[in-house]
Design a protein around this ligand. Sequence first.
Ligand SMILES: [Mg+2]
Length: 352
Amino acid sequence: MTRGILLDIEGTTTPIRFVYDVLFPFARKHAHQHLGDNEQRALKHEYDADVANGLTPPPWSSGAIHYVHWLMDQDRKSTALKTLQGNIWQEGYRLGDLRGEVFADVPDALGRWHNAGVDIRIYSSGSILAQKLLFSTTPHGDLTRFLKGHFDTTTGPKTNPSSYTGIAATFGMPPSEILFISDVVRELDAASTAGLQVLLSVRPGNPPQPPHHYESVTEFGAVGISGLQSVVMAIEALEHIQLAMPAGQENLARSFYSDLLQIPEIPKPPQLSKRGGVWFESGPVKIHLGIDPDFRPAKKAHPGLLVRDLNALVLRLRAAGIDIVDAEPLPGFDHVYVADPFGNRIELMERQ
Ligand SMILES: [Mg+2]
C-alpha cells in the first residue's frame, strides 16, 4: 500500500535543464543585489568551515559575491547559498521574470494521487522557498495545492538514510507506505535503506546512473498507488502472440507466415517442440502457432501487424491466392484483413 509519495524535483518533476539553464544563471546575475547582512553572516559561517576543512575559496576580503560565485561554480549544496538563491528566485517569480517548469505528466499525476488521498511531499536540494515558488508558478497553474509538505537540505543530505527516516516520521506512516521517486541512485539507496519504496526517475536530459536494481519510470502516468508491486505498470510490452492451428499442418503455416509474410521460422525450444506447432520471429514480431486438438479459427480476435509496403505485400498475397478483405477506413493507417491457411484473421496495417 502506498499512502505517501515523496518527490525529488531536478530530473524527476522538472527538467535538469531548467535548473541549469534558467534558475542558476538568473541567481548568478542577481546575487549581488541580495547580499544583505543576514546572508553575508550565513555565508561567512560556511566560508570559515570551508577554510577549516582545507578548501581554498577566494579571499573573503575580496567580497562575499566571489565566494557566492565559487559555491555556484562547484554546484555546492550549501544551505546559505540555497537560501540566497531562494530569495533571488522569489523576487524573479514575483515579478513574473521566472516561471516554474514541470514535465507535462506531472500535474495530472499530482491531481490523481491527491484525489486518491495520497500525502504528497517534496524533498529537494533546492530550498523550501524555491520549491514552493517553482510549483506555484507553473504554466499548469499553482500545483502547491497538491503538496502537503516540503523538505530541503536543512533536513539532512539526500544521500543519508536518516534524512528519510526523519521525513517518514513527519508523514505519520510507516516508511514502507511511502514511495520516494528520484533520478539519483544514491538517493534511492539511502531512502531504500530507511525502508521507503523507491523508483528511479528516467527523464530526458538526466545523467546516466550507476548499475542498480531499482525499477524505473519515464513518466508519472505509470505510477499507481495500490502497492509497490503495482507501482510500475506490470505489463511492459507484448512479448509474443500465440495463434492456434490444427495438428500436422506445420508446412501450411510455414508457407503463409514464413514464405508470404516473410517472418522467419525459429526453432522451438526442445522441450516444447514435441508438441508440434511452429514459431515465427523477427525482432519484436513473434508469432507462435500452437496445436489445438479442438482447433477453431479465430475469426474475430486477431493480431494487427505493421507492414512496410502494404501494396507489395497485398500483391504477393493475391498472387498466392489469398483473399484480401478491405477494411473500414482507419485514421492514420491503410489496412486490410487476410486469413491464414487455418482461417485465423490477420490484420495488415501500414502507417500513412
Ligand atoms: Mg534529482
